[in-house]
Structure formats: structure tokens, C-alpha cells
Design a protein around this ligand. Structure first.
Ligand SMILES: [Zn+2]
Length: 56
């Protein structure tokens, strides 16, 4: 596992070693985080909210 920081709440986030950029991780604070490659290292950012408009 790789220990990263949640950009939203600042707490630690465990991400599998084999995570790939573009993967979505849901953190305990409720944020949807996207794994991305930052200078050769994994990092997290807030995933874009998509597919919210299909409604009921
Ligand atoms: Zn969080």
C-alpha cells in the first residue's frame, strides 16, 4: 500500500501499490479521489463529478 494524503480532509489514504492514474478511490470523508501521476509518484486529487445528470 502507498500512503497518500486526502486533498479534501487532509487525512491519510491507503492506495494499493498497483493503482493506476485515473483510478477512483472513495475516502472515508466521502470524497471521490482520483489517482494521478505527479512527477513519477502517485498523488490524489478530487475526482470530477460526472454522470450526475442522469437523475431518476
Ligand atoms: Zn478525505
Amino acid at each position: 500500500m502507498v500512503l497518500l494524503k486526502c486533498p479534501i480532509c487532509g487525512n491519510d489514504v491507503n492506495v494499493p501499490d498497483d493503482s493506476l492514474p485515473g483510478e477512483i478511490v472513495e475516502h472515508e470523508c466521502g470524497a471521490q479521489l482520483e489517482v494521478f501521476n505527479s512527477n513519477g509518484k502517485l498523488a490524489l486529487r478530487l475526482a470530477e463529478q460526472v454522470g450526475e445528470d442522469w437523475g431518476e
